[in-house]
Design a protein around this ligand. Structure first.
Ligand code: 1GP
Length: 250
């Protein structure tokens, strides 16, 4: 087993404690064809103050691609955090992993099965595990389809809050409300507020469908601690820049 010192939880948590809102830049190895282009996009994100990278996707993620992307991102000095859709989403070069249980899946494989298969690798590589309740809401996208989730409707915030509470009582440190990559609309304020009211010490991550300055402002002002953007980063680094600005406005 590798002896790397864990630091990512502390890095994220101390920022949240100091009142900062965090932005994570999501890159999907399946959608990255040119690592040179990644560097250009990432330069924009880093200059605006993105806090860490998430690396992962729901389909088509190979270990070779994830290793290459992780290695490329490491040089920016920010944490590289795995966001796995399955056991193949683990790279030995990453700093940490969202060690997720898909809380509202109907399939035990996505609640605990893949985690059991992946845990020995995470330990062997010395990757810091960030215990995360992953909850799919609304549109759900590929993550919802592949993960056999029953997405929570946007107009049932009390169900979302119950999943957040359950995540907390099960000992998770993070809860990720996921609308699905490319969702037509982000998770609405009422839903995020209900989650935020009960989250306690959990770090509340919200992602899916956040594409504009206004949407990002609405999500953070509703109580998200961390927002994740992927699609807008792929489509337009300039719009992604606006999103990071919205998060960092304070
Ligand atoms: C998907 O929450 C993330 O897992 C980000 O979604 O691609 O819509 O930004 P977008």
């Amino acid at each position: 087993m590798s002896e790397r010192k864990p630091w990512v939880d502390n890095y994220l948590r101390s920022k949240v404690r100091s009142g900062e809102k965090l932005h994570l830049t999501l890159l999907d190895p399946d959608k990255v064809n040119d690592l040179g282009l990644v560097d250009k996009t990432v330069e924009v994100m880093v200059s605006e103050g993105t806090d860490a990278f998430l690396v992962g996707g729901s389909i088509g993620v190979s270990e070779t691609d994830i290793d290459a992307l992780t290695t490329t991102l490491k040089k920016w000095g920010l944490p590289v955090i795995l966001f796995p859709g399955n056991v193949s989403g683990i790279s030995r070069h990453a700093d940490a992993i969202l060690f997720m249980s898909l809380m509202n899946s109907d399939d035990p494989y996505f609640i605990v099965g893949a985690q059991v298969l992946g845990a020995p690798l995470v330990a062997k590589y010395g990757i810091e595990a960030l215990p995360t309740g992953y909850v799919i809401v609304g549109y759900g996208g590929a993550a919802g389809y592949v993960g056999r989730a029953r997405p929570i409707p946007y107009d049932r915030p009390e169900l979302g809050a119950a999943y957040v509470l359950a995540s907390k009582f099960l000992g998770k440190r993070y809860v990720y409300l996921e609308a699905g990559s490319g969702a037509p609309e982000p998770i609405p304020p009422k839903f995020i507020k209900a989650a935020s009211r009960v989250k306690g010490d959990l770090i509340l991550i919200v992602g899916g469908g956040i594409r504009s300055y206004e949407q990002a402002r609405e999500v953070v002002s509703s109580g998200a601690d961390v927002i994740v953007t992927g699609t807008v980063v792929e489509e337009s680094p300039e719009r992604a820049r606006e999103v990071v600005r919205a998060v960092k406005k304070g």
